[in-house]
Design a protein around this ligand. Sequence first.
Ligand SMILES: Cc1ncc(COP(=O)(O)O)c(C=O)c1O
Length: 477
Amino acid sequence: MKTLYQQLARELVQEIESGAYCIGEKMPGIRATSNNKRVSPSTAVAAYRQLELDGYIESRPRSGFYVAHRRRRDVEEPQIENLVTEKPGLVEGQRRVLQLISQINNPNITQFGAGVPDSSFLPLRAMEKALAHAVKFNRIEISSYSKTLGEISLRKQLARRMSQIGCLTHHDDIIVTSGCQEAVHISLKMLTQPGDIVAVESPTFHGHLQTIDALGLKALEIPTHPREGISLEALQLAFDQWPIKACIVIPNFSNPLGSCMSDANKAALAKLCHKAKVPIIEDDIYGDVSFSQQRPSTVKSFDSSGNVIYCSSFSKTISPGMRVGWVSSAKYLDKLEYQKFVTNVSAPGLQQLALASMLRSGMYDKHLRFIRGEIEKSVDLISERIIKTFPLETKITQPSGGYFLWLELPENVDAFALVEAALKHNISIAPGPIFSAKASAKAKFSNYIRISCAVLWNDKTRKAIDTLGEIINAHAQ
Ligand SMILES: Cc1ncc(COP(=O)(O)O)c(C=O)c1O
């Protein structure tokens, strides 16, 4: 027989699960619940405590209770690597990524491989309008080079947004780039000489490994937890051992892990790198793709010394084709501006002006609410199907934002063989080894894959997951 508070807790769970309250939405307060449900305030408090314990809601200081992104208890997550870091080394095997990228625009392929949003998630009509408007009213600006720093109207919007998330920024400390990849590239180029060592998360986004490769640098892979992000303990060990010149991190909903560092860990990371005099390049490209209404903070917001160089773009929320990103750093601005200038003078003015108007009008925030909901739905449905159809030993992440699921498959499954087999069925997936500096056949993460959930859930996607499950089951025999 359930006590009164347990009955109330059950009732509230049913309301959350039925969608009456969505993730990130505020729950009624204790007094309102006690009045509405005709129970004493202490019973309401006990029920809310139970919901918090079960992960359904989270309390926010001086604000109340909010519906949480719930972690499933029946699913095991991939393990973090041993804390012992390896030796730094040149990046190998990244050419394999070209094959993955070559499939991006093939409409016959179900795109679980690349981190490219399905076009139905993008604000194509608003983009079309903003671009047409920018052409009509800025004939002079778009007929010439944009400033190397970028269009001031966009930089002002970016500075405002950054300040709203705790990074007080002046628009003259921002450089607009051609995507986040370029922002990271010029930051790294400005900080290093060929042969230098750069610390990266492990696993990490292959694009950063390619930048390290292109600049003739060495990568030092630091074990990274699927929920908590880069291991600070391992990073400290690495700083004690090697002359590291920069550290690239993706603290919010990383690619491929989906990990999101807590505020405490972000603050500790900022402090650790400042003490070791190692600049941080913070890639926050997925920060806006949070499944809860509260966007996570940034490492930059815990940095008072200027040691953090902040990079991001609109590729994951508006369109990768816009090729607009930015880098912000007061301390390194002059050096970054020079690197941007010698690379390609400036970012395209037309896209910048269109984006500035999309931000100014409030359209971007409205669109964010839409895309967050769509991707979260897709992550939930794809995870559910994977749990049903993949081998029992499969371990899977449960991200609270971003695009990706990171899967550890049975040990004898070879990710590269799987990619080939899946392609024969018109399905693309990303093999685990490309997220390591040594993407050779017997590399790290050889039995891991990354699944992008920025795809539309429909019969075709469901069938593709089922087919993938059959292929993996056959490979696991
Ligand atoms: C973590 C991360 N950083 C940077 C990029 C590249 O961004 P952009 O297309 O804006 O250059 C990507 C794209 O997949 C990414 O996942």
